[in-house]
Design a protein around this ligand. Structure first.
Ligand SMILES: Nc1ncnc2c1ncn2[C@@H]1O[C@H](COP(=O)(O)OP(=O)(O)OP(=O)(O)O)[C@@H](O)[C@H]1O
Ligand SMILES: [Mg+2]
Length: 133
């Protein structure tokens, strides 16, 4: 059973730690091996940091998903921050408007099986990732 979705606020750096713990726990419950646990936790960490740093805070919805032949973990990061004017550019390795390495979004995409990002300038950003078991 994938269990009910849970929503975790991301308002401070301590919340990023909480997100990591919640994602790890849910991945274990879903039977992810250690490597896959670490992949989704690392992706979650990067996206949570972006939500905080660039989105001005927001939240993540953590949910197990089940299809006929597979089950996975889906994370939806939401913020109502300034948005991303050029998503293609923001996704490039090494692109940053801050002081980071510019590897968070591209890394999170590589660590996930499904990756969706939508953003509207002046409205906010939503990133949805799924890792299948
Ligand atoms: N939620 C968001 N809201 C607004 N802009 C964002 C958001 N997430 C990412 N961005 C923009 O996309 C850029 C690239 O993000 P990415 O996570 O790849 O790199 P970074 O955060 O700058 O550095 P790193 O993650 O390597 O420390 C950011 O510098 C920022 O301009
Ligand atoms: Mg980042």
């Amino acid at each position: 059973m994938p269990g009910p979705p849970s929503e975790q606020p991301i308002r401070a750096s301590e919340d990023v730690v909480v997100v990591r713990q919640l994602v790890r726990r849910r991945a274990i419950e879903l039977g992810f091996n250690l490597v896959d646990q670490t992949k989704i936790v690392t992706a979650a960490s990067e996206l949570a940091r972006n939500t905080l740093q660039y989105g001005g805070g927001g939240s993540v919805i953590i949910e197990g998903v089940e299809e006929t032949a597979r089950r996975g973990l889906r994370l939806t990061f939401l913020d109502t921050g300034p948005g991303i004017p050029d998503i293609q550019l923001a996704m490039k390795d090494g692109y940053t408007t801050g002081t980071g390495l510019g590897l968070g979004l591209s890394g999170a995409r590589r660590l996930s099986n499904d990756f969706h990002i939508e953003s509207t300038v002046g409205e906010g950003t939503r990133v949805v990732i799924t890792r299948w078991r």
